[in-house]
Write a protein that binds this ligand. Structure first.
Ligand code: F6R
Length: 583
């Protein structure tokens, strides 16, 4: 999703800003732009990758500057184009924006009636026009008057033609302030500045930061606010692809070592892990793959304890009527810790005085800061847009939590010991996945079926496949297919059946026979030999608590091989963003 970096300091602004944008690339974007300030402001934009903006800069007469703003855009209002790319300029105001303005059309209409004309389709230009309207030399006042009228979410970086300051303000979108030696920054993500400084300040909602060559002032109303300078332990962990063709493949290959480390950490901090039995009811709330990791957690908790679990998509949970009781725990799961809907769900629980636990990767993120308790999955930086290693660690944490609360840790000791090694063996079987990918990569539809935990696994397998290969795919509870969707099965439609749960193995097999009878190509992913299927991937069998940790990497790799055969950009699938900071 949109990324912002702003810089004031001793170094060449172009270099710092372009480096920052490259670090933010993983968030997903469709265009990029830069505004440089010396005596005047120069704006340069380009559709496509940051490298294309960089190439364009080389062809132009770019001013020397030590101050500027830069942005990667993920389109919300208006299609990806050079004109819609940020920064936007209206009058004396140059602006970059992350977020979404919900009343943009209304505000735009009013401004048009007042004689303002717009060059772009963006909601951002509307804020720029509002700030310009109110600006009479008092920047903070203009920014506050404009943002008071705005409904929605925003992180804004702003420059004025006649001032040597950068301004920043945010609401429901991330933005931090970096403090270096004779240089200062604003950024959507700490990773964009850690090559320059590990010191940063948090910008709270309602505060305005004024950044100059002398330092950063933060205003709340008219008063200066004293801020603590924090230090991050995040280092620029992106050491490149390390010989792998794509980050996704590198990140899948990191899973065994990360799983080993997570299990060790768990035993070292076992007493800090909450006991779910302290609660009568659990709500697990998240988006996308993180929600599917929650589905695994729900299945394991309900099968092994007496606690009832609701697992909901955050974008629904935040707006629906939710029933809490005094002994409800809300677990939010998020890799980035900045997913707008998940943050809103967390805040809803807190507003109802409900205990909250975050299972999160990024330290210092909004979700990590705002939840009552945190478990860090310690996945390191995940660059590929489609999550792999972070999902596996989310699942592992949910499994360990469930297992501890079910008092079954003693029963799984052996499995936990061998899990990293078995996982490595699963990942190393790439030839099997390539072979299977060759059979299915030309399909138009692919179905995944499973029951109970195997259904939760299917959901993630299907999402991974569709997001990176662009093949239409659906995951179904195996018994449900015949209630409608079976009409889509044609000659040779691949149906991947996940069969690892002994209790319902025979039932899923019957469902597979039903689709086979209608011409489907049946593919079995199982943990015990099943006779009669030509296309079978037999994976190691472990306790149900940890089976998903071995099955999902196989599905991640099948998706990967299919996407490669289809010539897709595996790390940056079209339309997707890594960190979804708008609702
Ligand atoms: C899919 C994927 C997304 C994320 C979702 C939540 O591969 O990565 O579905 O899982 O956008 O993101 P986080 O975990 O950052 O809250």
């Amino acid at each position: 999703m949109c990324g912002i970096i702003g810089y004031v300091g001793k170094n060449d602004a172009v270099k710092v800003l372009i480096n920052g944008l490259k670090t933010l690339e993983y968030r997903g974007y469709d265009s990029a732009g830069i505004a440089l300030k010396n005596k005047s402001i120069q704006v340069i934009k380009s559709v496509g990758k940051v490298s294309m903006l960089e190439d364009k800069l080389k062809t132009l007469d770019v001013i020397r500057a030590n101050m500027g703003l830069a942005h990667t855009r993920w389109a919300t209002h208006g299609k990806p184009s050079e004109v819609n790319a940020h920064p936007h300029v209206v009058g004396k105001v140059t602006i970059v924006h992350n977020g979404i303005i919900e009343n943009a059309f209304e505000l735009r209409e009013k401004l048009e009636q007042e004689g303002v004309s717009f060059k772009t389709d963006t909601d951002t230009e509307v804020i720029a026009a509002l700030i310009n309207k109110y600006y009479d030399g008092d920047a903070c006042d203009a920014i506050r008057k404009a943002t008071d009228l705005v409904v929605g979410s925003y992180a804004l970086g702003i420059m004025f033609d006649d001032e040597d300051y950068l301004y920043a303000i945010r609401k429901d979108s991330p933005l931090i302030l970096g403090v270096g030696v004779d240089e200062y920054f604003m950024a959507s993500d700490i990773a964009a500045i850690v090559n320059y400084t590990n010191k940063y300040m948090l910008l709270e909602e309602g505060e305005i930061a004024q950044i100059s060559f002398e330092g950063i002032n933060i205003y709340n109303s008219k008063k200066i606010v004293e801020k603590n300078i924090l230090e991050t332990s995040v280092v620029d962990e992106d050491k490149g692809k390390c010989g792998y063709k794509y980050y996704m493949l590198k990140e899948i290959n990191e899973e065994p070592i990360l799983v080993e480390r997570a299990i060790k950490n768990f035993y070292e901090k076992i007493d800090e892990f909450p006991n779910l039995n302290d609660y009568e009811e659990i709500h697990i709330v998240a988006c996308g793959s993180a929600m599917y990791a929650g589905m695994i957690g729900k299945t394991l908790i309900e099968e092994n304890t007496n606690i009832q679990v609701v697992c909901e998509v955050a974008s629904e949970y935040r707006y629906k009527r939710v029933f809490y009781n005094r002994k409800t725990l809300v677990i939010v799961i998020s890799q980035s810790g900045e997913t707008a809907d998940t943050i809103a769900a967390l805040r809803k629980a807190k507003a109802n005085n409900i205990d909250t636990l975050a299972i999160v990767n990024v330290k210092g993120s909004t979700i990590a800061r705002e939840s009552k308790q945190q478990i860090y999955i310690e996945a390191g930086r995940e660059v590929a847009v489609a999550t792999t290693k972070a999902y596996i660690l989310q699942v592992l944490v949910m499994a360990l939590l469930s297992c501890k609360s079910a008092l079954k840790l003693d029963l799984v000791k052996n499995d936990l010991e061998k899990l990293p090694r078995l996982l490595k063996e699963v990942i190393d079987r790439r030839d099997d996945y390539k072979k299977l990918a060759k059979k299915i990569f030309k399909s138009e539809d692919i179905f995944f079926i499973g029951r109970k935990i195997d259904y939760a696994i299917s959901l993630e397998g299907s999402l991974k496949l569709k997001e990176i290969s662009y093949i239409h795919s659906e995951a179904y509870q195996a018994g449900e297919l015949k209630h409608g969707t079976i009409s889509l099965i044609e000659e040779n439609t691949p149906v991947l059946a996940i069969i690892t749960d002994d209790d319902i193995k025979e039932k899923t097999l019957s469902n597979l026979e039903e689709v086979k009878a209608r011409g489907a190509l049946p593919i079995v992913i199982c943990n015990e030999k099943i006779d009669g299927y030509q296309d079978e991937i037999l994976l190691p069998k472990v306790s149900t608590f940890f089976q998903a940790v071995l099955v999902v990497p196989c599905l991640q790799l099948i998706a990967y091989e299919v996407a490669i055969l289809r010539g897709c950009d595996v790390d940056k699938p079209r339309n997707l963003a890594k960190s979804v900071t708008v609702e």
